[in-house]
Design a protein around this ligand. Structure first.
Ligand code: SF4
Ligand code: SF4
Length: 457
């Protein structure tokens, strides 16, 4: 197996139990029961559900050809890592990021919404504990120069993606339009439906939009050159490492995001720095690129992008306040949900998909010329990013659902407690357009925030 591939299964540790194969959404795990399994790289979408689920680990009572110290090096873990070495694992970036911070590089960090409702679990807090303030404090103490937030870029995504959808509808463009926030979903579409990629929104994901804004507007605010900003993203997701490495995800030869840490890797850095997470005070993310609405915050859930988009689209299309901010009809769990919303006499048909196994029938229908929808949100992981492959592991299968429900409730609670709950009302996003970008889908927005999908890497 290619040892630079992000997802690996350690044949010395794998018991061949098959749990990973059960959760793989694309049947990319191969091997007979009781024998070491392998990842089929041509099919794998790097979602990390196998890493999340794997419960076979290297027992200290059994000798293996490769020592634990060597395994930690291979996996790029800190030498002091005391956690079990599971059979399924992802390549790591924590020691490099910690070393850069120790050198005092000028850095900007962003955190995905799902991280703030899960990282507390790594430090003994309740499942789903909501910790945005402690997260900001921990990042500051770990040495990041600017503590910004992916949620800001989620609001920005709504401005761009919503405008793109309305333009396609007005101009007879390709419909349905699919979201492009989830890189595992994008990779799945590229591998399996290359003829239908015109249906994907051209928007970069919030991670990449944030990175692009850090190295342009953010660098300018700090009087820095783009190449002098070290841009780090903390994600619930293993596939975001792949996304950041894609050659399209750069501007003028400068990568948008230099390094991606999973939630578990950030926890390892916090421990490495000797920070007592649970005792930290509540602090704020930095302005302007750390300011967010409740709509940006629910991107971490299946249905969240759709709900955020509809809150904004309703107000932009009708000029009236959305009658209800919380749109229960797009909320839910794994599977496919459908909804309709009428605005100014036109009915908009939307769908939300959580789990790649549910999207193939939609694409097959489109190939046959059948389409019931205008806009479709797709997330690979069963409950969206709160259940991502880089989140704290939930080892006992019977606890998984309740942990996911707790994380979900926490994100919705956070949304309902925020004063600003609609992306177009985020004052700092508006200021970004006024001072720098111009308008959604304008020339600079197009250059920084959009891309073309379609290359298999
Ligand atoms: S990373 Fe996801 S797609 Fe790849 S083998 Fe694991 S579960 Fe399957
Ligand atoms: S649903 Fe979220 S965590 Fe899962 S693969 Fe997609 S972006 Fe990553």
């Amino acid at each position: 197996m290619n040892d630079t591939f992000i997802i690996q299964i350690d044949e010395e540790v794998c018991t061949g139990c098959g749990r990973c194969a059960e959760v793989c959404p694309v049947n990319a795990i191969e091997g007979a029961q009781g024998t070491p399994h392998v990842v089929n790289e041509a099919k794998c979408v790097l979602c990390g559900q196998c890493v999340q689920t794997c419960s076979a680990f290297a027992s200290v009572f059994e000798a293996r050809p490769t020592s634990d110290a060597r395994k930690k090096q291979q996996r790029n873990l800190f030498a002091e890592n005391a956690e079990p070495l599971f059979a399924a694992w992802h390549t790591g970036d924590a020691p490099e990021v910690a070393a850069k911070l120790a050198q005092g590089v000028f850095s900007m960090v962003q955190c995905a919404p799902a991280v703030r409702v899960a990282i507390g679990e790594e430090f003994g807090m309740d499942a789903g504990a909501l910790t945005p303030g402690k997260l900001a404090a921990a990042l500051r103490r770990a040495g990041f120069s600017r503590v910004y937030d992916t949620n800001f870029a989620a609001d920005l995504t709504i401005m761009e993606e919503g405008s793109e959808l309305l333009k396609r509808i007005a101009e007879g463009g390709t419909l349905p339009m699919f979201t492009s926030c989830c890189p595992a979903w994008v990779r799945y579409a590229e591998l399996n439906y290359p003829d239908l990629l015109g249906h994907l929104s051209s928007c970069k994901s919030p991670q990449q939009m944030a990175g692009a804004v850090f190295k342009s507007y953010g660098a300018q605010l700090d009087g820095r050159n783009p190449e002098d900003v070290y841009s780090v993203a903390v994600m619930p997701c293993t596939c975001k490492k792949y996304e950041a490495d894609r050659p399209e995800m750069q501007n003028d030869g400068v990568r948008n995001v230099d390094a991606v840490l999973t939630t578990r890797e950030l926890a390892a850095i916090i421990r490495h720095c000797g920070i007592d997470f649970a005792s930290l005070p509540e602090e704020e993310f930095d302005t302007p690129l750390g300011t967010y609405s409740g709509a940006g915050n629910i991107f971490g859930l299946t249905g969240g992008v759709m709900e955020a988009a509809l809150r904004t689209a309703y107000e932009l299309v009708t000029g009236k306040a959305v009658p209800q901010t919380e749109l229960a009809y797009v909320r839910g769990g794994e599977g496919l949900r459908k909804a309709e919303l009428t605005m100014n006499g036109r009915t908009y048909r939307v769908a939300v998909v959580a789990g790649l196994q549910y999207v193939a029938p939609l694409f097959e229908d489109i190939r046959k010329g059948i389409n019931e929808f205008d806009f479709i949100e797709v997330m690979c992981c069963p409950q969206g990013c709160i259940s991502g492959g880089g989140q704290p592991k939930v080892l006992l299968p019977y606890q998984r659902q309740s942990v996911y429900e707790a994380r979900k409730a926490s994100l919705y609670h956070h949304d309902s407690a925020l004063q600003c709950r609609k992306s177009h009302e985020n004052k700092q996003v508006r200021k970004l357009y006024t001072e720098y970008l111009g308008e959604p889908l304008g020339h600079l927005s197009h250059t920084l925030l959009h891309t073309r999908y379609g290359t298999k890497h």
